[in-house]
Design a protein around this ligand. Structure first.
Ligand code: F3S
Length: 394
């Protein structure tokens, strides 16, 4: 792999310990994937923040890097295991909080912004079309590639951090135009709302085997719908990107050969909904996976129609969107209606099993997928309107 003089110095340890460790990771990755060189990046999004997933070994690794590592590009953080302001209210143990704060402190020492959200593109990290970036967090990766047209592979936490510390990433995969072309064509059914988009992502994710799909037959799609489609697709499969004919910026990239075509029917969406539903009485109703946008918070207010929530209902959003919602009175209104708004975290990365929550209801396919497979919870998948009716019922 070709390295510039500066990159060679990084690898030789002449620019510090953390940079050397980072460059070793990137060179190893580049060699595995056949990259010819590195490419400069403009932004990084680092996952691997919750102490629940990192554990002691992960924390020690970060603290070691934080001694002399400083990021070279705008870098933001994925959600942690706690809401930094409301952790007592939620009931997380002090021991967990202490370890979680050490993780965040290590990232802060490296110059990373503590955005603690999986929707950096709604907070302070919005790349431009065609920029090379290094993002981890599958839903954000899919959104960045597909909707924004920025270029990133599906990084893991360590490789995204390594890219941030060196300002570059190996030039392979989705950084090359030829790999951004679709290789499976999907004829979509009529989609009503973001719930249908998420189910479509699930159905196609199960069949795509990592291939990039082109969705046809979708007449319009808003930000929440594209976010839900990408989050479902990215969590069920390794797919890093999708195109929607007439909507996303690179849908005209055309493959040289004929590709497989699949048709998804209404029945397929119904089957998916049944597959992802244990039909339980939920201990927690959860909205905001990926973290809710301002529009989604407003939509929740509209659905509640001034009715007060009687069950435990969490809405997760970024602190940046939360601040905007406070300015507009949206946040206060939701709180008055009994909704708990959390930032910095979500039930998937929080130590949920410590909190006496055994079942969860959500409108997010990604949320139910990980609740079932990572957290071992019973799940209920439902439209936002059904979740609201469940929440206000006595
Ligand atoms: Fe974000 Fe948690 Fe869902 S990190 S994408 S809200 S699983």
């Amino acid at each position: 792999m070709y390295l510039t003089r500066e990159e060679e110095k990084m690898l030789a340890g002449e620019m510090g310990h953390a940079v050397q460790v980072a460059m070793e990771i990137l060179v190893a990755l580049g060699e595995i994937y056949g990259a010819e060189k590195m490419v400069p990046i403009t932004s990084a999004q680092v996952s691997g923040v919750s102490y629940k997933n990192l554990g002691e070994a992960g924390l020690e690794w970060l603290e070691d890097l934080s001694k002399d590592g400083r990021v070279r590009v705008q870098t933001t953080l994925n959600p942690a295991g706690i809401d930094l302001e409301k952790w007592r209210e939620i009931g997380v143990s002090e021991n967990f909080v202490e370890m979680q704060k050490r993780v965040i402190d290590a990232y802060l020492a490296m110059g990373i912004k503590p955005t603690l959200t999986c929707t950096p593109y709604l907070a302070e990290n919005m790349p431009r079309f065609a920029e090379h970036i290094a993002w981890s967090e599958s839903s954000a990766v899919v959104y960045a590639n597909s909707v924004i047209g920025a270029r990133t592979n599906r990084e893991g936490g360590p490789s995204a951090l390594a890219a941030a510390l060196t300002g570059r990433t190996p030039f392979y995969g989705l950084h090359l135009m030829e790999n951004r072309v679709y290789s499976i064509k999907v004829i979509s059914p009529n989609l009503e709302d973001e719930y249908d988009f998420a189910l479509l992502g699930y159905v196609v994710g199960k069949q795509s085997k990592g291939r990039i799909p082109l969705f046809t037959g979708i007449r319009s799609a808003n930000q929440s719908e594209l976010k839900a489609l990408g989050a479902a697709l990215g969590s069920i499969s390794g797919t890093p990107m999708f195109h929607v004919e007439g909507i996303t910026p690179e849908y005209t990239l055309t493959p040289e050969d004929r590709v497989e075509e699949i048709e998804v029917s209404d029945r397929d969406l119904e089957n998916a909904s049944e597959e992802l539903n244990d039909d339980v009485e939920p201990d927690l109703i959860f909205i905001g996976c990926p973290h809710a946008s301002l529009e989604e918070l407003i939509m929740l207010i509209e659905r509640l129609e001034n009715r007060v929530v009687k069950k435990k209902m969490w809405v997760c959003t970024s602190r940046a969107v939360g601040a905007l919602a406070k300015k507009l009175g949206v946040y206060q209104k939701l709180e008055r209606l009994g909704v708990t708004i959390l930032s910095d975290t979500c039930p998937i990365v929080a130590p949920i099993n410590e909190l006496n929550i055994r079942s969860i209801a959500t409108n997010s396919v990604k949320g139910v997928w990980y609740s079932r497979n990572l957290n071992n919870l019973s799940i209920k998948l439902a439209k936002l309107s059904e979740l609201v009716e469940e929440a206000v019922r006595d």
